[in-house]
Design a protein around this ligand. Sequence first.
Ligand SMILES: [Zn+2]
Length: 203
Amino acid sequence: MFERLLQWVFPDECVGCGMRGALLCAGCLAAAPPYTDPMPCLGAHQVFIRYEYIDTIRAALLLLKYCGKRRIAQAFADALVSMLPTTYAAVIALPAAPLRISQRGYDQAVLVAQAVARRLGVRYGSGLFRTRDTTAQAHLTRAQRAANVAGAFGWQGAVPNGRVLLVDDICTTGATLREAIHALHAAGIQDVDVAVIARGKTN
Ligand SMILES: [Zn+2]
């Protein structure tokens, strides 16, 4: 009720075109530049990256990540699902660092992964966890990033029976995803696909 009242007083406006009714409209999602570079391997079976990390997509991801605009997760989940050739035994998220989650009150990759799982009608799996906090990666070189995240993930709980989809919001070098997949393999989850909303340029 309160949410509906807020919507009436302050209707959502698209971050791309300003149209009322959605934080990220279908037209802007369709017009956003797709990621066209070769998909990185990351040790996964298949990797799907939807967009370049620029313009409207970048603005919308920043809203999702830093401004509490959780509803954008659904639009991004729909965009990811449209790329997927198959279904999965489970969808899991690459978990954000615990410090970030406590600062924001939520984990944006979890929101997107849960929305993807709902859309596919499959289980959301929360077994992937961080074994320790890692420092921010933005200023690190490719080699430093790999060292920073080495051994940073673990798996707890039952192993899904079949291929899993690992979801993240943004990747750059892919070092964090690669390390997470390494942890999944170590736990006996051999068959992993990856879906990422956008890839940023490496420095
Ligand atoms: Zn729009």
